[in-house]
Write a protein that binds this ligand. Structure first.
Ligand code: GDP
Ligand code: GDP
Length: 475
């Protein structure tokens, strides 16, 4: 009898109960279970049956950038009287949240912030657990924009993702890994973590840096991979986000570890040319989704072809950092002219490729291939860059003075403020009255200015506009 009103006990601990605990919380229907299944995959989906509740707490073990975590999917946190079903569900969430090393607080970016989200955000803040805010259902191009609404919850920068479509998972893994407690010494996986997890968090990758090698068929991708690997071939995966027929190979360069996503398209060879073309594009997309930095391999003897541009556009669309690899350099005669012709063609066709880091080498002979990984590392650093808001707004005022914002429908746009809302890739939001009506050429002016002023070559820069008042002004 008395049992009935007791808060639910957590289910029996799984093997590995000493793992960091990550709890997925949020109101019903935001996609918690979908996310849980994504992260845990088929590895384990243990359901703890507690009589009397239809939705039970699920636990599983997920692998996050090389570390195992105990993942808990809570029942929906919902505002309700304590003796109702929701009240009891909340009691269960409460116990999960209390043991959490990290709470993933989910909202539905398409639905926007509801009063229930606000209520529980407030409650979560009071629990004093580290929280990572997730804006789920943010698939497609509008994703990041709608995710920005979540700022108003006061739980920090939202990570935009789509659990259902598998978008944004690389970023998510990253953000989770950065917030996990340090492994106990003698514990698992991480070899060389630094003492303070908060110190210069963006300066060093929390795990291996993920790289995709992309390019047209015959550009030399598999030759490059083999040369890079040499003897050292270690196969890892499958991890969440990695599809069944892609694997990752790990290699080291100095203190840095790189994980190269090796897709089926990179390894297999189709017989028919048409299939090969199609395969290389779909394999590129697949690899890019999982990568942080893309190495775009060109056959320098052939110059820039339409398909190279197509793949470069994909890199931009996926928001990845890029290193341009001019391969077959051994077979190029006039090197200076070749380099110039390729870079001119690229920067005319794609503004985002302006200033992209370039390495030239021969994958076949191995000459100069060693320059690639340091360039990847540098591109990664740029991709992670954060520009301080003060500096950004001094620059912004200067830009506005040099070129007044244009008239739209006879009225001048009033742009007031700019802030960087996220890195990876650098994403900025301009606030002002009717800012959302900013014409594309003025956006380009600002994006090119950002790239130059803050030294952000070769990474996609996202610029968004918001017509509302500056939400930071009164914080
Ligand atoms: P929970 O109640 O928070 O565990 O939510 P579920 O995981 O059961 O998901 C609720 C609904 O949202 C289901 O219909 C899912 O298919 C859908 N859903 C989950 N993630 C996404 C997403 O990323 N995008 C979209 N469009 N729908 C999603
Ligand atoms: P992939 O389709 O992009 O994986 O290309 P492969 O690695 O299979 O290379 C295609 C062809 O280009 C092969 O015949 C390679 O031997 C050749 N190749 C690759 N790298 C170089 C290079 O650096 N120099 C020269 N001359 N040939 C290369």
């Amino acid at each position: 009898m008395a049992d009935r009103y007791k808060p639910m006990r957590p289910p029996a601990p799984l093997p590995g109960a000493d793992l960091p605990v990550v709890v997925i919380a949020g109101r019903p229907n935001v996609g918690k279970s979908t996310l849980f299944n994504r992260l845990v995959g088929r590895r384990q989906a243990l359901v703890a049956d507690t009589p009397g509740v239809t939705r039970d707490r699920k636990e599983g073990v997920a692998l996050v950038r090389g570390r195992h975590v105990r993942l808990i999917d809570t029942a929906g946190l919902e505002e309700a009287a304590p003796d109702s079903l929701y009240g009891r569900m909340r009691a269960s969430s409460e116990s999960a949240v209390h043991e959490a090393d990290l709470v993933l607080f989910c909202i539905d970016a398409r639905a926007g912030i509801t009063p229930a989200d606000e209520h529980f955000a407030q409650w979560i803040r009071r629990q004093n657990r580290p929280v990572l805010l997730l804006a789920n259902k943010a698939e497609g191009r509008q994703g990041t924009a709608s995710a920005l609404e979540a700022y108003s919850l006061g739980l920090g920068e939202p990570v935009a993702l789509s659990a259902e479509h598998g978008e944004g998972l690389t970023d998510l893994m990253w953000e989770i890994a950065e917030r996990l407690p340090q492994p106990v010494s003698g514990g698992q996986d991480d070899e060389d973590e630094q003492d303070n997890p908060d110190a210069e968090a963006d300066e060093r990758p929390a795990g291996p840096l993920r790289v995709a090698i992309v390019g047209r068929p015959n550009a030399g991708k598999s030759t490059l991979l083999n040369t890079l690997l040499g003897e050292e071939r270690m196969i890892t995966g499958p991890e969440p986000g990695l599809t069944r027929d892609s694997i990752a190979v790990t290699l080291h360069d100095g203190d840095d570890t790189f994980e190269i996503v090796d897709t089926a398209g990179l390894r297999k060879k189709a017989r028919i040319d048409e299939t090969l073309e199609k395969m290389s594009v779909s394999a590129s997309i697949e690899a890019l989704k999982m990568a942080e930095v893309a190495v775009l391999v060109l056959d320098a003897t052939l110059g820039v072809q339409e398909q190279d541009l197509q793949i470069a556009r994909l890199i931009e669309r996926e928001g990845r950092a890029c290193v341009l690899a001019l391969n077959k350099w051994d077979a190029v005669e006039d090197r200076a002219a070749t380099r110039k012709a390729i870079l001119d063609r690229l920067s005319i066709s794609l503004a985002q490729m302006r200033g992209v880091p370039v390495v030239t080498f021969s994958a076949l002979t191995g000459v100069a291939v060693h320059k690639l990984l340091p360039a990847v590392r540098d591109a990664w650093t740029v991709w992670n860059a954060r520009v301080p808001t003060g500096e950004l707004n001094r620059w912004f005022e200067d830009m506005l003075e040099r070129h007044q914002p244009p008239l739209v429908d006879g009225k001048r746009l009033k742009l007031r403020y700019i802030t960087q809302v996220k890195a990876r890739p650098p994403t900025f939001v301009v606030f002002g009255t009717r800012a959302e009506q900013m014409p594309d050429d003025y956006k380009r002016y600002l994006v090119n200015g950002l790239r130059e002023a803050f030294d952000l070559p070769g990474v996609p820069i996202r610029l968004q506009t918001r017509g509302t008042k500056n939400p930071y002004a009164d914080r």
